[in-house]
Design a protein around this ligand. Structure first.
Ligand code: OGA
Ligand code: MN
Length: 286
């Protein structure tokens, strides 16, 4: 029997009583899926999984995204967030890794710059630093619920433009290659997602450049205000990793970001899989 223990009064739950490496039966999978809808972030402590077991478990939630060109693990179902080199030593970070790490420290939804953005992500801690390198989450369902009904009504049906080139260029102008730029033109996303059975969520994050029908300045004010609402302490959870934690989150309900650590002296090796979205956000919101 799985046990589900809430992590905060608002969202997040710890799931115990299952061994993912041994395979998870259909009843348990259904309970986990329901918990994901309800709690948005699930922490599975002490899971001894390798890449194959992580992929197999992740596929239980739907087809996986392939890692985009230009990222470590490109073309496969896993993406590595790691400072460990091929010989097992701490590798001097490439410029691109340093910049990617900087980008991960901005609140974001994974792949919101894709026409059909990710549903869920699963991140497993294979090696963690002694300090820092936490992952923080912010509930976009709590943020939406905190708005007054008049504002909720105004925001429903609005469209945000998510622009990978623009968001990465804000981190560093050299971060986006020509190939990435042409692969990821700006996309339209619903500002409010209605697909969660437990309540609607705001959908913004670092790639959200502007709101359709609003000027740049007015867009920025609105986006910044909603992001500040969502990322206030009462609506956030900081995950302090322990070795062999697997953490899963609903990208259509929470934002997340990485916190810094001593990348040249401490080891951090994380493996991520990403469950593809079943539908574009605008269809889901209609
Ligand atoms: C991710 C991510 C943050 C971290 O895996 O998508 O943003 O703490 N990770 O590594
Ligand atoms: Mn991410």
């Amino acid at each position: 029997m799985v046990e589900i223990t809430p992590l905060t009064p608002v969202f997040g739950a710890r799931i115990t009583g299952l061994d993912i490496a041994c395979g998870v039966d259909a009843t348990t999978m259904a309970a986990v899926r329901e918990a994901l809808d309800r709690f948005s972030v699930l922490v599975f402590p002490d899971q001894h999984i390798d890449d194959a077991a992580q992929i197999a478990f992740s596929e239980g939630f739907g087809p996986l995204e392939r890692t985009r060109a230009g990222a470590p693990g490109a073309g496969s179902a896993v993406i590595l967030l790691s400072n460990i080199g091929p010989a097992g030593e701490i590798a001097p970070p490439t410029d691109k890794q340093v910049l990617n790490n900087k980008a991960n420290r901005l609140w974001h939804h994974d792949s919101s710059f894709k026409p059909v953005p990710a549903r869920a992500s699963l991140l497993s801690a294979r090696e963690i630093p002694a300090a820092g390198g936490d992952t923080e989450f912010a509930s976009m369902r709590a943020a939406f619920a905190a708005l007054d009904p008049a504002e909720q009504a105004v925001l429903r049906g609005r469209v945000a433009i998510h622009d990978f080139d623009w968001s990465r260029s804000r981190v560093d102008a050299a971060l986006v290659s020509e190939a990435e730029r042409s692969q990821h033109p700006p996309v339209r996303q619903a500002l409010v997602l209605e697909e969660n059975p437990h309540g609607a969520a705001l959908y913004l994050g670092a790639h959200a450049r502007s709101i359709e029908g609003m000027g740049e300045a007015e867009s920025r004010l609105l986006i910044d205000r909603l992001m500040a609402l969502a990322t206030q302490p009462a609506f956030t959870y900081a995950h302090r990793w322990r070795p062999r934690d697997l953490v899963m989150w609903d990208n259509r309900a929470v934002l997340h970001r990485a916190t810094p650590f001593a990348t040249t002296t401490e080891r951090r090796h994380m493996v991520r899989t990403c469950v593809a979205g079943a539908a574009p956000t605008l269809v889901a919101a209609a």
